[in-house]
Write a protein that binds this ligand. Structure first.
Ligand SMILES: Nc1ncnc2c1ncn2[C@@H]1O[C@H](COP(=O)(O)OP(=O)(O)OP(=O)(O)O)[C@@H](O)[C@H]1O
Ligand SMILES: [Mg+2]
Length: 211
């Protein structure tokens, strides 16, 4: 049994992750590839409860260490009980955010030393890494504008612009460091343009994986 591919979508608020996950899901369905679609923080019963705490606006004073550790607690549950079993069965996993979000938000955004995040990453993931991380890169204000139409904000969405600028720069830094694993797409283009570029890039990735 060939292990499935682990594909992660990242990017700031409103960059189009949920939108392009649908594009990929349709492509995989049309290609008869089994996949599991999931998200972080969350994806399991325990993880979704942790998510509620993490996004709760009535908990504004949460310490950044607490936030980071909760993210990784949810991730441990998610990996052990959902992601790894699916990959082992040959299913692909499409995940809305993963460890790059911890680097971008808690590391670059909140200022936690990146080595601390690396340490947790090694502990919890034990070498498991996404096969491909798709970063939807978008001007911060444009992204916030897109989500503002939704009305309700969460604990993260209430942050200041400067925080999201650091998050965006953090994602781009990660992509520069590990170019093989990352695909950065200009999320300011139309949904259709982003979708076409995503599928083109994925098709060539699939070819390179099969060689
Ligand atoms: N390329 C695009 N151009 C214009 N609008 C877009 C584009 N992609 C998505 N949108 C719209 O922007 C809004 C946010 O998109 P989406 O929910 O996919 O983003 P997201 O990255 O999942 O956001 P969140 O961080 O809140 O989960 C939606 O109303 C969506 O229809
Ligand atoms: Mg979304």
């Amino acid at each position: 049994m060939t292990r499935g591919k682990f594909i992660v979508f990242e990017g700031g608020e409103g960059a189009g992750k949920s939108t392009q996950i649908k594009t990929l899901a349709k492509f995989l369905q049309d290609s008869n590839i089994d996949f599991l679609q999931t998200r972080e923080p969350g994806g399991t019963e325990v993880g979704e409860r942790i998510r509620e705490v993490l996004l709760d606006k009535s908990l504004p004073g949460m310490h950044s260490d607490t936030e980071l550790l909760l993210m990784f607690a949810a991730r441990a549950e998610h990996l052990q009980h959902k992601i790894l079993p699916a990959l082992d069965e040959g299913s692909w996993v499409i995940c809305d955010r993963f460890t790059d979000a911890s680097y971008a938000y808690q590391g670059y955004g909140r200022g936690i030393a990146l080595e601390r995040i690396e340490h947790l990453e090694q502990w919890v993931q034990q070498g498991t890494q996404p096969d491909l991380v798709i970063i939807l890169d978008l001007d911060v204000e444009a992204g916030l504008q897109r989500v503002s139409l939704r009305g309700e904000t969460d604990r993260f969405e209430d942050e200041k612009i400067e925080f999201f600028e650091k998050v965006r720069a953090g994602y781009l830094n990660r992509a520069k460091q590990y170019p093989d694993r990352y695909l950065v797409l200009d999320a300011a283009e139309t949904k259709e343009q982003v979708a076409t570029k995503l599928i083109d890039a994925l098709e060539s990735k699939i070819q390179s994986w099969s060689q």
